[in-house]
Design a protein around this ligand. Structure first.
Ligand code: 5GP
Ligand code: MN
Length: 335
């Protein structure tokens, strides 16, 4: 079992990798694991394949994350090649670390998955459970199974709590269970400052972010018959608003707030380049993970998923509308 390998008896070189555009759970769970493995005196590096939203700049030790860039490429590749273990945190498909996939596959390191998405690829060690509402829960379980709960300090607890609340929509999604609340309670005992965390996680309504949201809401299209709603942000919209990473997070959720809608989709063209990034949210039985795997080269969870299309914006939207019209009986089973 993996616990024996990382018990700290022998110092190991460990690389933690999280996914492109890491969200609250990806950052929270990987930072917590990073800090925990350091308490066991391992030589640990945490790598993000891309930059992330400034909303998380306040997270403990976030500046320790090595963010991939052309200048860091060599250093990162060297660390991956020389590591004993690589943890893949909060994703289960190497397409989500695109530019690092090849180097990871050529590294002789033992590969460990720690993730809560369904249908994972195979790894040397698997700590996966799609019933867990966040990867942070799995990091807590790992620490607990190693009998090391006393090593969770306020910093580690803060990171885990951020993962817990961001991946459950602040304890609102159906994925929330007794374990999530139990762990939240345990983390509170470690002295986290809930007020401080929520204050920092609240959406920062910079006027440019609001302007972008208003553009997206203006463009919202409702396909009433199919209980589907969608919108988009294009490169020309971004130029109007001096865009910062993170500004479009959450736009997809607004559509799902409309009465009777079961599917909300958001198309995003970050730069004048392909592909188009897609966010999908659903209610009830409509499985956007399977939908995105089938049509959008992506995946995720049953009610929250993402994907990519190698088309321009209008082609992407047309492609999507055609799928909904043609296959809605198969896909929107909850109608
Ligand atoms: P978001 O829409 O917030 O980017 O992503 C929603 C969920 O889908 C998250 O759990 C995220 O990890 C997952 N996800 C987003 N994009 C992709 C993708 O391209 N491939 C896969 N497999 N999952 C994705
Ligand atoms: Mn997650």
């Amino acid at each position: 079992m993996i616990y024996f390998h990382i018990s700290g008896i022998k110092k190991k070189k460990i690389v933690l990798l999280t996914h492109n555009n890491p969200d609250g759970d990806a950052l929270g769970s990987s930072l917590a694991l990073f800090l925990y493995l350091k308490t066991l005196n391992h030589d640990v590096d945490l790598i993000s394949p891309t930059e992330f939203s400034h909303d998380f700049d306040w997270l403990p030790e976030i500046t320790e994350i090595i963010v991939f860039s052309d200048t860091k490429k060599y250093l990162i590749e060297k660390k991956i090649m020389n590591s004993d273990y690589i943890f893949f945190v909060d994703f289960n498909n190497l397409s989500r670390i695109k530019h690092l996939e090849k180097i990871c596959l050529s590294s002789k390191a033992k590969k460990i998955l720690i993730d809560h998405h369904p249908l994972p690829l195979s790894f040397d060690f698997m700590l996966n459970d799609s019933n867990a509402s966040s990867t942070s829960i799995l990091v807590f379980r790992l620490i607990s199974n190693m009998n090391n709960l006393d090593k969770i300090d306020a910093k580690i607890a803060t990171c885990l709590y951020v993962g817990l609340i961001t991946d459950t929509g602040y304890f609102r999604y159906p994925s929330v269970n007794a374990e999530a609340h139990f762990i939240a309670g345990k983390l509170m005992e470690k002295g986290i400052d809930i007020g401080f965390i929520h204050e920092h996680l609240q959406e920062k309504y910079h006027e440019n972010r609001l302007k972008l949201l208003s553009i997206a809401l203006e463009k919202l299209k409702i396909m009433k018959k199919y209980r589907t709603v969608y919108t988009n942000i294009e490169e020309s919209d971004i130029r109007l608003c001096s865009y910062k990473k993170g500004y479009v997070e959450n736009i997809v959720n607004y559509g799902l707030g409309i009465e009777n809608m079961v599917l909300s989709v958001f198309f995003f063209e970050e730069k004048r380049q392909y592909p188009i990034r897609i966010s999908l949210r659903s209610k009830g039985d409509f499985d956007v993970n399977l939908f995105s795997r089938k049509y959008f080269n992506g995946g995720g969870h049953k009610n929250a998923a993402g994907g990519l299309l190698k088309k321009n914006m209008s082609e992407s939207i047309q492609y999507f509308v055609n799928i909904i019209r043609k296959h809605h009986k198969d896909i929107i089973v909850s109608i």
